[in-house]
Design a protein around this ligand. Structure first.
Ligand SMILES: Nc1ncnc2c1ncn2[C@@H]1O[C@H](COP(=O)(O)OP(=O)(O)O)[C@@H](O)[C@H]1O
Ligand SMILES: [Mg+2]
Length: 356
């Protein structure tokens, strides 16, 4: 009797071990206690997060929080599992090295006899690749819609703007130079120029022209772009460091200049017109990397993962098109553009272009 009970529980244990083995091979698993402290993790959890067991035990999941989700989101998650219900959703976490990764997550509360959770098990599958593909698709759809809109906008907005601007010039030309309204008209013209620039950005963005490649010495291109920016008195207080050497690459010089200008302008704006911006260049036989780093406040978590989408901006009068345009140009050059936190805070945008 005892023997057969042992045999039964032995095979039950084996079955449980087999299930755990299968789970550990397929999923990212962690258990936490009721206070949310991590009590166990499997190898896949440690691999993807980059943390060791001792980094993780006793910590709560804030250690892998990417800042992507709102407080409300986590409140909802917790109230679901504390109530004994299973929570499922997609979470963006951050690994020890700072990289974000997405996981499809199921959190199962284990209940005691009274129906109260005594521990939680989170089972996750990585979906970073799918999330990237979704973002790409969204970007392409937006782009296609924008392309259609651009023709209309060019006609319906740019032409009338030019007309209004011309009329204002005529009116202010008729006024005595010291008339008080001359300044007001000047302000209106400035605002119209701002609007016109925004429409222009939109056109450039929505109707990309394929790059015209030519051998281009990067160093004069970089210094030239820096002087373009420095001409604006708003950025007189920004110290911009340029590299000492840079290679010659086959690129569309005009388009690459627009990219560099956008990155430098963002950096100058990030440091609030008073700080340090550094352009650095690294070259290997395969690629050339141009980095624009600043010592500003760093990326706003609210837009961190959507920086390169059009119209994403944290600025009062931003168009949110600078980085979207830059990324598209770089990708048409078969390169990549990524944003990262700088080593001492601030932000670094890195353009990586293939070397032929
Ligand atoms: N160097 C930087 N430091 C901090 N945030 C940045 C930096 N560059 C870009 N960003 C963020 O990315 C957003 C999008 O930039 P961009 O596409 O150039 O549009 P815009 O400059 O019109 O806002 C900015 O509003 C800002 O929040
Ligand atoms: Mg910008």
């Amino acid at each position: 009797m005892q023997d057969s009970a042992d045999a039964a529980s032995g095979s039950l244990f084996k079955e449980l071990r087999d299930i755990q083995y299968a789970l550990d091979r397929s999923a990212i698993v962690a258990t936490t206690d009721v206070a949310g402290k991590i009590t166990a993790t499997n190898q896949k959890f440690r691999d993807i997060s980059g943390y060791s067991e001792s980094d993780l035990l006793g910590q709560d999941h804030r250690i892998i929080n990417s800042g992507h989700h709102s407080k409300e989101f986590f409140r909802n998650l917790w109230s679901t599992i504390v109530g004994g219900e299973v929570w499922t959703g997609e979470l963006c976490n951050r690994a020890k090295n700072g990289n974000a990764y997405w996981v499809d997550t199921t959190i199962v509360p284990f209940l005691d006899d009274a129906g109260v959770p005594y521990q939680y098990m989170a089972i996750r599958f990585e979906i970073t690749g799918r999330k990237r593909a979704e973002t790409k698709l969204r970007e392409q759809e937006t782009l296609a819609r924008l392309g259609e809109m651009a023709a209309v906008v060019a006609h319906e907005v740019k032409n009338p703007l030019a007309g209004i601007r011309g009329a204002l010039q005529v009116i202010s030309g008729r006024m005595p130079a010291d008339a008080p309204d001359v300044a007001v008209l000047g302000d209106i013209q400035d605002r119209i120029d701002g609007l016109d620039q925004m429409v222009q950005d939109l056109l450039v963005f929505a109707r990309p022209t394929p790059p015209t490649m030519g051998q281009t010495a990067l160093l004069p291109l970089i210094s030239g772009t820096v002087s373009m920016l420095s001409q604006d008195s708003a950025w007189a207080g920004v110290e911009i460091v340029v590299p000492e050497t840079a290679p010659t690459l086959r690129v569309d010089a005009a388009q690459l200049q627009v990219v560099l200008f956008n990155l430098l302008l963002n950096a100058a704006q990030a440091v609030g017109g008073d700080g340090r911006v550094e352009v650095a260049v690294d070259t290997t036989p395969e690629w050339c990397e141009i980095r624009v780093g600043d010592d500003g406040p760093g990326l706003d978590p609210a837009v961190r993962d959507r920086l390169f989408e059009p119209f994403v901006t944290t600025k009062h009068r931003g168009s949110g098109l600078g980085l979207a345009t830059a990324k598209r140009v770089v990708e048409m050059h078969h390169g990549t553009l990524v944003a990262d936190s700088g080593p001492n805070g601030g932000t670094v945008l890195s353009i990586r272009l293939p070397v032929e």
